[in-house]
Ligand binder design. Structure first.
Ligand code: ZN
Length: 296
């Protein structure tokens, strides 16, 4: 009788010990996971945290060689203007200075072409008779060539946003591949030779901008960043509060759920126009700045 009760007590104690160990392991796992998440966020610049975490972009490095082969036979469209004034070649541009009698701003859309969203953005722009600039990913361009063609056909400018949208360090060879391959996709489907480059996440020191600089392309940053959460009202106010002549507005048509941008876009266009802004493409904005410098 005594022996049995002792065995029960020992078994009970072992069970409690196992439970405590299990609990400890569970807590440790949670702490490790939280730290990893914090490290991931800490690696990204402040302004792109929400975008990067919410909309991971496709990674298709292995598809490079296959795609290059396919691109060897261009469709023979005639290239037309996507001009970069020579004084901006190899420069980093965060907006330009325009004279007081000029009031212009450029809307730019990143991470497309993207199913549904890009077409809707194009519809809205056409409805308001506005031209913008699309910084596209090569990997999306080959997936949605009809959208890429439509962007160019409707008179918008097209810039290069790399093939894979990577934030990590790029060796000179990889940077060249990311940028050149995307240029080839743009040229193949639109006929446009673009020298406008926008680094993913605005990173300037991971090897991509070094290649853009060396190959005389202009790195186009922005003066107004997109809003990734909140209300349509907040998204509109964000652009209007930071709008200025010679400015560049960063918006997104690809890379995830862009409902907020789509809903805010007609209001953004209307309010900017009401305030007297002319909405222009990046080449047009640079041209305006160039003409002014030449005249002064
Ligand atoms: Zn992007």
């Amino acid at each position: 009788m005594i022996g049995k009760s002792l065995r029960v007590r020992v078994a009970h104690r072992q069970y409690r010990w196992l439970l405590a160990m299990g609990l400890l392991l569970g807590i440790s796992a949670l702490v490790v996971q939280a730290n990893l998440q914090r490290m991931l966020v800490a690696d990204l610049p402040q302004n792109i945290k929400a975008e990067a975490l919410r909309s991971p972009l496709p990674y298709t490095t292995s598809g490079f060689r296959r795609t290059l082969k396919r691109l060897n036979a261009p469709e023979g469209q005639q290239p037309h203007q996507n001009r970069l004034p020579t004084q901006f070649q190899g420069q980093i541009i965060r907006g330009v200075t325009l004279p007081s009698h000029q009031k212009a701003i450029a809307l730019t859309f990143d991470d497309g072409p993207w199913p549904k969203t890009t077409a809707t953005v194009l519809d809205i722009l056409r409805h308001h008779n506005v031209k913008a600039t699309f910084f596209v990913l090569g990997s999306n361009g080959v997936q949605y060539p009809d959208l890429l063609k439509r962007i160019a056909q409707e008179g918008h400018a097209i810039g290069n946003h790399t093939w894979n949208h990577g934030y990590h360090y790029h060796s000179p060879a990889l940077a060249q591949r990311e940028i050149q391959l995307t240029q080839q996709v743009i040229a193949k489907y639109t006929g446009l030779q673009t020298a406008l480059f926008r680094p993913p996440g605005g990173y300037l020191k991971n090897g991509l901008v070094a290649h853009a600089h060396a190959s005389q392309q202009a790195t186009i940053l922005w003066t107004v960043d997109d809003t990734y959460s909140g209300s349509v009202d907040k998204a509109v106010k964000n652009v209007l509060q930071h709008a200025k002549s010679g400015g560049i507005v960063l918006l997104h048509d690809g890379g995830g759920d862009r409902k907020l941008t789509i809903q805010a876009l007609p209001h953004i266009i209307r309010k900017l126009q009401q305030q007297g802004y002319q909405l222009v493409t990046i080449p047009e904005l640079l041209e305006m700045a160039t003409t002014e410098k030449a005249n002064s």
